[in-house]
Write a protein that binds this ligand. Structure first.
Ligand code: NAD
Ligand code: UD1
Length: 354
């Protein structure tokens, strides 16, 4: 076959490729659906809407002027998932669905294991039964536990310091065992650092149900005067300004990393399991984030210095070089862009999707 013909056949194959996105109505999932549709993939979403609204998916369709299929379903319902995979002729799965609040996982460990690990098992069994063996999984930098040093490479030691982290580590292990047992699987385990930001249109974004635990959504709500002031958890860490340092990554860059991983998997022979950090490789302190947010959005963010938060580490940022080497992907958007897009989403949707 000539090179041109091979290219055309490949483009045709890609454009018809059906991707099942679990948890697709959520924060990262909705941005992923948007980019998948833009790239020409067909998208089927399964979400039980425990932490999301289907309005996010309507907005995705409006933004990209293409349709997706949404099925309100729980991934633990293995037989239904199987039917969906067969009916829609799914080729690959991107698995975002899960519960993600660290504090809540400490309070309700059984629910977290049941939903996250139980859900992953049902999904993987359904995939196996249907012969669908291309998988991308949302893991987290939380699997590095309390990192000894940053930047963190994929080979750093792993540990779980809360039930949420244990569920991520368990699912990673399950995926590796499946790949080892069956040479038809291809998988990418993506370890996210701190996703923030929103699509620049301000039409989709992060919509926390209660008072946010994470820094960026807390800042946007203080800036909107929905919350009075931000508590900065500790200014006596061993970091340049004493406040915690993290690797914030724009959600649009993060989902581009998934598209790169999907293209990579589809072009690899089976029996491939890759584990990749998705971060910028740049550390940013709490005070730096506040200052950048204030400057780019021309708004004050009142804050006070508070006690350290239990379980926090001083510094945590990625060595992002493997993602570039393997996937030819790197984050493009800077902290200013993250602050601008987060605030645009919040001001346009003061009550989220409600
Ligand atoms: P999110 O809560 O916005 O999205 C998760 C989606 O999964 C929600 O729409 C929820 O309704 C759905 N869901 C949960 N359990 C389900 C089930 N049993 N069946 C069907 N649907 C179910 O969270 P997010 O921020 O978009 O995170 C997506 C994934 O990325 C999660 O697995 C999370 O652990 C992981 N992750 C997130 C972050 C972060 O900071 N946001 C960081 C690292 C990893
Ligand atoms: C938290 C989770 C982690 C999860 C990640 C992404 C904990 C202990 N860790 O990480 O498992 O993978 O979210 O979802 O919950 N901060 C403040 N004031 C605030 C909120 C945060 O000063 O009101 C500081 C924190 O001390 C930290 C930084 O901001 O230094 C970032 O915090 P956060 O957004 O919660 O993310 P992580 O702690 O990195």
């Amino acid at each position: 076959m000539s090179n041109i013909l091979f290219f055309l056949v490949n483009v045709e194959r890609m454009s018809k490729h059906q991707v099942l996105v679990t948890g697709g109505a959520g924060y990262i999932g909705s941005h992923a659906c948007l980019q998948l549709l833009k790239e020409g993939f067909e998208v089927v979403v399964i979400d039980n809407l425990t932490n999301s609204s289907k309005i996010s998916l309507q907005r995705v369709e409006e933004l990209v002027d293409r349709r997706l299929v949404f099925v309100e379903e729980d991934i633990r319902n293995e037989k239904e998932v199987e039917k969906i995979i067969r009916f829609h002729n799914i080729g690959s799965v991107i698995h975002f669905a899960g519960l993600k609040a660290v504090g809540e996982s400490v309070e309700y460990p059984l629910e977290y294991y049941e939903n996250n690990v139980g859900g992953a098992l049902s999904l993987f069994k359904a995939m196996k039964n249907c012969g669908i063996k291309n998988l991308i999984f949302s893991s987290s930098a939380t699997v590095y536990g309390i990192p000894e040093k940053s930047p963190i490479t994929e080979n750093s030691s792993l540990s779980a310091v809360n039930p949420y982290g244990s569920t991520k580590l368990s699912i990673e292990k399950i995926i590796q065992d499946i790949v080892n047992s069956d040479n038809q699987w291809r998988s990418a385990i993506l370890r996210y650092f701190n996703p923030v930001g929103a699509h620049p249109s301000g039409k989709i974004g992060e919509d926390p149900k209660d008072i946010p635990n994470n820094l960026m959504p807390y800042i946007t709500q203080v800036a909107m005067r929905k919350l009075e002031k931000l508590s900065v958890y500790g200014d006596d860490y061993d970091t340049p300004d004493g406040t915690g340092v993290r690797d914030y990554i724009h959600v649009m860059d993060l989902v581009d990393g998934h598209i790169a991983a999907l293209h990579y998997l589809l072009n690899q022979p089976p029996k491939n399991n890759v584990i990749v950090n998705l971060g910028t490789g740049i550390g940013c302190s709490v005070l730096e984030l506040i200052k950048t947010f204030e400057k780019i959005n021309n708004i004050e963010v009142p804050y006070e210095i508070a006690e350290r938060r239990a379980g926090d580490v001083a510094s945590c940022y990625a060595d992002a070089s493997y993602a570039y080497e393997l996937l030819n992907w790197s984050a493009k958007r800077d902290i200013s862009q993250m602050c601008k897009d987060s605030f645009e989403w919040q001001t346009k949707n003061p009550n989220g999707f409600e």
